[in-house]
Design a binder for this molecule. Sequence first.
Ligand code: ZN
Length: 140
Amino acid sequence: MIKYQLKCECGKEFESWFSSSKEFDRLEKKNLLSCICGVSKKISKQIMSPQVVGSKKETDDNQQKKIYQNVQKKLTELRQYVEKNAEYVGDNFASEVRSIHYDKKNVRNIYGKTSLEENKELIEEGIEINSIPWVDKTDS
Ligand SMILES: [Zn+2]
């Protein structure tokens, strides 16, 4: 909502609310603006900074953007942590994780890629794996 200070040709000044500045322009063009004098239809917008109320959408968008950036940051940190503390085994993840789980050999933290199918199998075998969203480093 936007509040405009309007001035009628008769000299009367009053305030009116519009859903947007476009809405004001539309009403003005159609001569739908009216003053309480009921005579003149020549009503002009006073020069003033419009007060914008209820810009909830914008706030929400900003908030969402902030949340998204925050999540993105956390995921990047998570990625960096994993890269620092685990060995990348790429597509061999499923077989590597099994050899660690069953043979207890070369026990270490690893990370890599699995297909959804492999994921399901590993979970069914009782192997603890964590899936994390992998963010692109360049996407910041
Ligand atoms: Zn008037």
